[in-house]
Design a protein around this ligand. Structure first.
Ligand SMILES: [Zn+2]
Length: 207
């Protein structure tokens, strides 16, 4: 398990916008043109002429998570909670991601739970943390761990549980061609890992 600074160093990774190694938009559009020509079509024909710039804008959205810092998102917390210390669960958060092996869509939902230790975070922030990690090149196992680790590091709650269920288009539309399957991953930390009742309660609300 990753601990402390390692987690931050690994998971905050923000791509700075003025990174000199970062290709500019024209280079990305040219690369898309190359793929179109390689596929056997003519990037200059009417229907395709705007495609490279559209694809570039779409990719900009798909990978917008690199420019966002999940730690910053969770930083603002509230401590006037009347001592609330039960489970908080945000269920079925929809997300779209892309697999790092084929850049094919991963479409799924996340269940994010924690038991606070005095401080709580705005619930929309839990959904935003899911999005920050989804909008990067991913494997589901890593994304599940990143979400749980980050919440654990920043909020320092009594425990965190994350479950993700997702369909992988690299498996549905190519390769083994198995549509209608989904992959379930989970990461339990703190009391979610140590206490069977807590884990059961979470699994009960999540399924
Ligand atoms: Zn894949």
């Amino acid at each position: 398990m990753l601990k402390g600074q390692n987690v931050h160093a690994l998971e905050r990774v923000k791509v700075s916008q003025d990174d000199t190694n970062r290709p500019d938009r024209a280079e990305v559009e040219a690369a898309v043109q190359t793929i179109i020509r390689w596929a056997g079509d003519d990037p200059q024909r009417d229907g395709l002429i705007e495609t490279p710039s559209r694809v570039t804008r779409a990719f900009e959205e798909f990978f917008s998570g690199y420019a966002q810092d999940p730690v910053e998102i969770l930083q603002k917390t509230f401590d006037e909670t009347e001592g609330y210390d039960e489970m908080i669960v945000l269920r079925g958060i929809p997300f779209e991601s892309h697999c790092e092996h084929h850049m094919a869509p991963i479409i799924g939902r996340a269940w994010v739970a924690y038991i606070p230790n005095g401080r709580v975070v705005g619930i929309s922030k839990l959904a935003r943390v899911v999005d920050v990690f989804a909008k990067r090149l991913q494997i589901q196992e890593k994304m599940t761990a990143q979400i749980a680790n980050t919440i654990n590091e920043v909020l320092k709650p009594q425990g965190v549980g994350v479950i993700i269920k997702a369909a992988h288009h690299c498996m549905a539309t190519r390769g083994v061609h198995k549509a209608d399957t989904d992959l379930v991953t989970s990461r339990m930390l703190g009391c979610f890992r140590d206490n069977a009742l807590t884990r059961q309660e979470f699994l009960g609300v999540a399924v």
